[in-house]
Design a protein around this ligand. Structure first.
Ligand SMILES: Nc1ncnc2c1ncn2[C@@H]1O[C@H](COP(=O)(O)OP(=O)(O)OP(=O)(O)O)[C@@H](O)[C@H]1O
Ligand SMILES: [Mg+2]
Length: 324
């Protein structure tokens, strides 16, 4: 395993009360693996990414847990060591490229800087690498684009540039949080193909975060489903998309026309809204929306358990031998 996250807990103390966007989250990402993280808006996906990077904004705070990258605990490192990891061993791509691109600095220079800082390349070599990466990421006339400022590029090109910056340090792990959400459908598909390409070429691991399960299913080896700060189901992408077992995952899948089994009224399964994290119900946080909820679901939070071919946190889901 390249990345192991163990019992991560992140808390916000607000006037309305405290909330836990990351509430006992454990998972790992294998070398060269793409792990997808999905869930509705507000379920805590971005907070998982920010917690891994120790970049949780105040008043949020990581309360406990371990984030092990290749044998080193990131959370207990010095500030300087953490900065070396971010952008170096871990590349980061966010939804909005303008948040990570410097508007007054040429694209090529921004990529070259990362290659110099994290790989120790010389000026000329780093420059050549920047042009090479842009070309590799499907940007036409990379020599010319390297001299452009971010505002001179289209949204799709800016996102490619952001990916170039993220991989210029040859990270072992790429964290991509909603990398295509701001883009139109055609460009979304291109960026997804690009992530696959990048992974094939550099062999890095990817944590791909999106509210769009169909998109994640297209790229990820395994998929992890999050609800109200907790992981509720994790498994191989085919198990999750073809035979979802957690009622929440079933609802998510049912809402996707070409993935949903089409039985009954799938959207009905996931009526209601994501709960207010400062005011969670007792028991399973999904029970008020769950068509399968029983009395037991109202008393204690179900633990994430091995149920055969996956992990699932639901009292209705029992262990079964994997279907081969
Ligand atoms: N700065 C903040 N102050 C207070 N609460 C916050 C803050 N940022 C996030 N939260 C809380 O953490 C929860 C999880 O937020 P997070 O951004 O991780 O969700 P998400 O799953 O990434 O959603 P989205 O799909 O919209 O990006 C939110 O529901 C919100 O209640
Ligand atoms: Mg988010």
């Amino acid at each position: 395993m390249l990345l192991s996250v163990r019992d991560l807990r992140t808390r916000f103390e607000l006037d309305e009360g405290e909330l836990w966007p990351v509430n006992g989250v454990s998972f790992s990402v294998g070398t060269g693996e793409t792990l997808g993280l999905v869930g509705e808006s507000g379920s805590g996906k971005s907070m998982v990414a920010l917690s891994i990077l120790d970049l949780v904004p105040a008043p949020g705070r990581i309360v406990s847990g371990e984030v092990d990258l290749g044998g080193e605990d990131l959370l207990s490192m010095s500030g300087a060591a953490k900065r070396r990891v971010r952008g170096g061993e871990i590349g980061i791509v966010f939804q909005d490229p303008s948040a990570s691109l410097n508007p007054v600095y040429r694209i090529g220079d921004q990529i070259a800087d990362v290659a110099r800082l994290h790989r120790g390349l010389g000026r000329v070599e780093a420059r050549r690498e920047a042009v090479h990466l842009l070309g590799d990421l499907g940007i036409q006339q990379p020599e010319k684009r390297a001299r452009a400022y971010p505002f001179e590029l289209s949204g799709g090109m800016r996102q490619r540039a952001q990916i170039a910056i993220a991989i210029a340090g040859r990270p072992r792990l790429l964290i991509a949080d909603e990398p295509t959400t701001a883009l139109d459908a055609t460009v979304q598909a291109e960026i997804c193909d690009l992530l696959k390409h990048v992974q094939g070429e550099f062999g890095m691991s990817i944590l791909l975060i999106s509210h769009d399960l169909a998109l994640v299913a297209d790229v990820a080896d395994r998929i992890m489903v999050m609800y109200a700060g907790r992981i509720v189901e994790v498994g191989h992408w085919t198990a999750i998309t073809q035979e979802p077992r957690h009622p929440y995952t079933k609802g998510l899948i049912g809402a996707i026309p070409h993935l949903g089994a089409g039985s009954g009224s799938p959207l009905e399964a996931i009526a209601g809204t994501v709960p207010d994290l400062t005011d969670l119900p007792d028991g399973c946080p999904f029970h008020p929306r769950c068509p399968e909820a029983g009395e037991d679901c109202r008393s204690a939070v179900p633990r994430l358990q091995d149920v055969g071919d996956r992990l699932c946190a639901c009292y209705r889901v029992k262990h079964t031998e994997a279907v081969t």
